[in-house]
Design a protein around this ligand. Structure first.
Ligand code: ZN
Ligand code: ZN
Length: 186
């Protein structure tokens, strides 16, 4: 549900009017967790708490989930080099949401990576993402203009290798890969 709530805020109208605020900083800080437009914040709070009035819930699991989410929310936005532990296979590494801030309309999940994989909105190496490319799919390398591609490659260069597993720049494109992707169509 959090996935869909966030994804809805990435449709052009809602994004420009409300959610853009949260994306103001490409490099988020711990304070970004709560740097949310009041309308969006209220909406999310309501959606998260309304079910409690219809479905009886024990206070413990509710607080456990709320605290877990908040804790990871802070980690995700702090630039802490967090990698998920073996016992939380559902939790993406912090770079997952850092990518969301840097490339905007993809990686919508927070604590569960599966939803993005399921909906095809997980970041793909062969796609270009900008603030103006909506709906989570990005654009194929052979669809973008030379300027868009150049800007995208510069963004990729600016990423911090330490945030990735084995310090491997997962999304860096080699010249051969780039050529192959440009050549896939036509
Ligand atoms: Zn967002
Ligand atoms: Zn964020």
């Amino acid at each position: 549900m959090t996935y869909w709530m966030h994804r809805i805020y990435h449709i052009p109208f809602l994004y420009r009017n409300f959610h853009k605020l949260h994306h103001k900083y490409k490099q988020p800080t711990a304070f970004s967790v709560t740097a949310i437009h009041p309308v969006e914040a209220l909406h999310i709070q309501l959606m998260d708490t309304l079910p409690l009035f219809t479905i009886p819930t024990h206070w413990f699991p509710f607080y456990a989930v709320a605290l877990y989410t908040y804790y990871h929310g802070i980690i995700d936005h702090s630039g802490v080099n967090f990698k998920a532990y073996w016992w939380q296979p559902w939790q993406p590494d912090a770079i997952f949401h850092d990518n969301h801030h840097q490339y905007f309309h993809m990686n919508f999940g927070f604590n569960i990576g599966y939803w993005d994989k399921l909906h095809g909105t997980y970041r793909r190496k062969d796609r270009v993402y900008t603030e103006d490319i909506f709906y989570g799919q990005g654009k194929r390398i052979d669809e973008v203009s030379a300027e868009e591609l150049k800007a995208d490659l510069e963004e990729r260069e600016s990423e911090n290798p330490l945030a990735y597993r084995d310090n491997k720049m997962e999304f860096k494109l080699s010249d051969t890969e780039l050529k192959a992707m440009k050549g896939t169509k036509k």
